[in-house]
Ligand binder design. Sequence first.
Ligand code: TTP
Ligand code: MG
Length: 354
Amino acid sequence: MPDRKIIHVDMDAFYASVEQRDNPELRGKPVAVGGGGKRGVITTASYEARPFGIRSAMPGFKAKVKCPDLIFVKPRFDAYVEVSKQIRAVFREYTDLIEPLSLDEAFLDVTECKKDITYATDIAKAIKADILTETQLTASAGVSYCKFIAKIASDINKPDGLTVIKPTQAISFLESLPVEKFFGVGKVTAEKMKSKGIHTGKDLKAWSQYDLIKSFGKPGRFFYDIVRGIDDRPVRVERARKSLGIERTFEDPIADLTQLQQKLDGIVEGFMKRLEKSNSYGRTLTLKLKTAEFKNVTRSISKESPLKEQTLIKQLALELLNQHHEEGMKIRLMGLTASNFVNEEKDNQLQMEF
Ligand code: TTP
Ligand code: MG
């Protein structure tokens, strides 16, 4: 694979910076977004609050003890979504290969840049400048040849940072990296690694692939590659999926319910394959029937959590059919659709990439 140019962009103290921008009284002061009420937790804190140890997910009352001058403000999600749209519009000026990880963060593949800029470093500088002009907010960027290293790099000189890690620097950079910084190494895995004497990339590199898989399961294979700077995962363009499904047209319209139930069995099978392939599971299941007179009937059922179980889906599909099939109705087409997809959390999304 030829060298790619990957940029990871991440806004600085995102929610808090938006609040400081929109309310000058908050500027230069320690600000926490969220964390109000008895049990509230903080979503993020301004950089002025961070030296006091104020972090995301910290309960508000605890933060107040650490930093008595801390100002709490309520989140305004509409404002954050608006900024998110603005930064994505900036990204699109440079490339169509954009993979958002959350409102304030995305990977960009700028190997082929829409603007005539040769070096990825200059592209990152230009993107940061455009974001500042458009939003009056700063972002940090990491530049490298793969996603994993670009993401770590964006975190190195926050706020308003720009860190470039070239392929020639990657190996020594990764050797000195603490294990918890490695992609896919969560708290539990990091503890386990440390108990086995693996503290840095250098320690990790001393392990064979066989031993890594034996100790850490499937991700061991990934750890083996990544510590050697091998990460070929493409920047994946996110297509917001609204629904997903299959349908079957019958040669001759079917009136018999039992026969339709049998046909539905096969449709459920195909439907499951479709869901598994795209790894998307919706909370709503819709049955579509088209009659011999070309009349469409669609009936839906929704559950609280995503529908993943074949037996449950089959049962729900049958219920829909039994409830809505009427005596004498001749069916020429039957289909199943999933919709109402649940957005997986950021971490989940990263974990699933394995
Ligand atoms: P982050 O990019 O993780 O953090 P940040 O932008 O606030 O600060 P940094 O400069 O270190 O990047 O998250 C982006 C936003 O997502 C953050 O402003 C608030 C929200 N968020 C939560 O609501 N809960 C959380 O636990 C985290 C980590 C973030
Ligand atoms: Mg951020």
